[in-house]
Write a new protein. Structure first.
Length: 77
């Protein structure tokens, strides 16, 4: 019984937090930190796009990548 109560409390507390960003995006508002909040995320997105194009070995050989933000656009080199 204690486990069920704990799970119910977790679900009540976590689900609204986890879905808040999804609902905000659906209403046309971007996330508070933006869609790409930091350089680490920018590099991860770039690698995810580049790997199918250039291959994982080639991308690994080019590391480390560096991301810079200019005029609200991330540039990854």
């Amino acid at each position: 019984m204690r486990v069920l109560v704990a799970l119910a409390l977790c679900a009540v507390g976590v689900v609204p937090l986890a879905t808040h960003g999804q609902f905000a995006a659906r209403r046309g508002r971007p996330p508070v930190q933006g869609y790409v909040p930091d350089s680490i995320t920018a590099v991860r997105i770039a690698e995810a796009v580049w790997i199918p194009i250039y291959g994982a070995d080639e991308i690994r050989s080019e590391r480390p990548f560096r991301a810079t933000l200019k005029n609200n656009v991330w540039y990854v080199r």
